[in-house]
Design a protein around this ligand. Structure first.
Ligand code: ATP
Ligand code: ZN
Length: 302
């Protein structure tokens, strides 16, 4: 099977073959109504429900595949996308991909971490130090922005053990829970980038059949992303209680009000985008809500 960049009518999305983003990326695409025929070589999955195919690759390859036009979209960490963007910029090449949507999973940050014994006083302390990282472009641009002259030690992995091996004085690495840093007697002191998985696409707009498909996918993805954090809240109340109830729903869209019993009794239904905790339900009840019900939202199309 050839994966050339010749004109085609189908869309291709690159996702991580295995790793932290692989499963959530598939789940999100499935929530957009996509389905695939699994192939035996596990590189290419033919799209069945829609003419949208999957390419299963290493996350580091995703921006390049978009840049070369082999893929139309990719689901990748912002850290990888920005690093490769920064790398292109530092080599004087044009930006060819852009972040289209933040996807709400794979959250982490790129941070500087120093040995626990350091007394951290600020970035100036880094002058002349050796910093181990797999993100040299992002680190260099941060150092330049802060006017710090430090050595960037480029490693391909296991950055967190570099100080103990004497390869560097500190590290610049991805952190989520911080457990890896603690295990290596390091502490985070500065954040260079807040990251999560993103939908990346080319800097230029699509043309032909792919433009319509891309638009459909983005619309469905917006629906899927909103649905994921949304709940439908239903209850009844006296009309006179509305003034106390509505301020308790700051994250709700314009509620639908139905008159139930005479002029005073209302049934209210509101789509809420925040977390509906027990505490909030109890507050609503105290303010006059009755028969409170919270329902999951299956699909949404604006
Ligand atoms: P590949 O084989 O595809 O190259 P990888 O080892 O580079 O895999 P993973 O470790 O699966 O990649 O991480 C993928 C992405 O998950 C990272 O680029 C980052 O955006 C995100 N991520 C979230 N938390 C962390 C973390 N604690 N450490 C590393 N990456 C994290
Ligand atoms: Zn990788």
């Amino acid at each position: 099977m050839s994966l050339s960049t010749e004109p085609r009518d189908r869309l291709r999305i690159a996702i991580q073959k295995s790793g932290r983003l692989a499963e959530p990326a598939r789940a999100l695409l499935a929530a957009c109504g996509l389905s695939w025929r699994e192939s035996r070589d596990r590189l290419f999955c033919y799209g069945e429900a829609l003419p949208i195919d999957l390419l299963l690759v290493r996350d580091d390859d995703i921006p390049g595949l978009i840049a070369d036009g082999v893929c139309d979209f990719g689901i990748v960490g912002r850290n990888v996308l920005r690093e490769q963007d920064g790398d292109r910029e530092q080599c004087g090449r044009r930006t060819v991909f852009r972040e289209l949507r933040a996807l709400g999973f794979g959250a982490c940050r790129l941070a500087l971490a120093v040995p626990e014994s350091w007394d951290w006083t600020g970035p100036d302390q880094l002058a002349g130090k050796r910093i181990a990282t797999t993100y040299p472009a992002l680190l260099r641009s941060w150092l330049a922005k802060n006017a710090i002259d430090a050595d960037v030690v480029m490693l391909s992995g296991s950055v967190e053990i570099a100080p103990r091996l004497g390869q560097a004085d500190l590290v610049c690495d991805l952190v989520s829970s911080g457990a890896t840093l603690i295990a290596n007697q390091l502490k985070p002191v500065a954040t260079l980038l807040e990251s999560e998985a993103v939908l990346a696409g080319p800097a230029d707009d699509f043309e032909g059949a792919r433009a319509g498909l891309a638009e459909l996918l983005l619309r469905r993805m917006d629906g899927a992303l909103r649905t994921r954090n949304s709940k439908l809240l239903m209850f009844q109340a006296q009309r006179s209680a509305l003034a106390q109830l509505l301020p308790l729903l700051p994250d709700a869209e314009e509620p639908t009000l139905l008159q139930v019993d005479g002029a005073d009794r209302l049934a209210l239904q509101a789509l809420c985008h925040g977390h509906l905790t027990w505490q909030r339900l109890e507050d609503l009840k105290r303010a006059g809500a009755q028969g409170l019900m919270v329902l999951p939202v299956e699909s949404m199309l604006a």
